[in-house]
Design a protein around this ligand. Structure first.
Ligand code: ZN
Length: 288
């Protein structure tokens, strides 16, 4: 339970403002949503100004790396070479790659090719014309995390593959556009489900987005599909990822023997796009 504050007390968020001029309205809004049966975020999930500044810096480096990869990724390169470039670039910017040694993950990025859904491990496999590649990058600067991933077509790709990539991107962008502060995060899965259904694609259920910023993975879990139960309210100050994984065929996945690589059971193509977002007073802000 949070301590009962009086209106003239300093706010719990350390802004040094009076509670009535700071998070009083915020708390009242959450209280009424809680009465309606929605889980509300713990105050630990509401980022301070200082946290947000740190998270933004880290997200900017992640974005820079993903931008630069557009010029580096081409037919003939191996995923190990991409990994090495990201490792070197991250260190050059006085940052650390979060995936490296995370629960024993051996590399600095995840590289997921074609039927790989996510968590592919960089290797000496040479990328060839027509492949589709996802690169997932998370940087840490001063203890703050910035997490994002994108799709990279290798040379010319099929119309079919291009459509999957474009629709998956639409799922991410549209869910960000339609989500409003104080909405339940159900909205994300609702929007993505509509789009996937329209295209007869399936949504991966085994993995989701997550709170992030001060740690790699924080609450809440972000579902990319429709849930009937009431999910947490997305309140101003929260930072989380949205990262839909969309399959051309069935939603079923298998984890390979390396205990990381997730692939589609029917070997159909899978695509993923991800942003770290910040819930502003009036909109959802993309940080990556
Ligand atoms: Zn406050």
């Amino acid at each position: 339970m949070n301590k009962k504050l009086n209106r003239n007390d300093p706010c719990w968020c350390n802004s040094k403002k009076k509670y009535k001029h700071c998070h009083f309205e915020f708390d009242e809004t959450l209280k009424s949503l809680s009465y309606q049966g929605y889980p509300i975020p713990n105050r630990k999930l509401i980022k301070s100004r200082k946290d947000l500044e740190g998270i933004k810096k880290s997200c900017q480096l992640t974005k820079f790396i993903l931008d630069e990869l557009n010029t580096i990724i081409k037919p003939g390169i191996t995923t190990n070479e991409i990994d090495k470039w990201v490792y070197d670039t991250t260190l050059k910017h006085h940052a650390k790659p979060a995936p490296l040694n995370y629960k024993g993950f051996p590399k600095s990025i995840c590289t997921s090719i074609n039927e790989v859904i996510c968590h592919g491990i960089p290797e000496d496999r040479i990328l060839k014309e027509g492949d589709i590649l996802n690169v997932d990058v998370t940087c840490i600067i001063d203890g703050y995390f910035g997490d994002s991933c994108r799709m990279y077509p290798i040379g010319n790709i099929s119309q079919q593959a291009k459509r999957l990539i474009d629709v998956t991107k639409e799922c991410l962008e549209e869910s960000i556009k339609q989500l409003r502060p104080f909405d339940p995060i159900n909205k994300i899965g609702d929007v993505i489900s509509e789009i996937a259904k329209r295209e007869s694609y399936s949504i991966v259920k085994m993995f989701g987005g997550h709170g992030t910023g001060n740690q790699f993975h924080e609450d809440p879990f972000i579902f990319h599909y429709k849930k009937n139960e009431k999910l947490m309210i997305c309140a101003p100050g929260m930072v989380f990822t949205i990262e839909p994984m969309i399959n051309e065929g069935s939603e079923e996945c298998i984890i390979l023997e390396d205990n990381w690589t997730a692939v589609t059971k029917d070997k159909s193509l899978s695509a993923q796009w991800e942003h770290t977002v910040y819930v502003n007073e009036d909109k959802i802000e993309i940080l990556t």
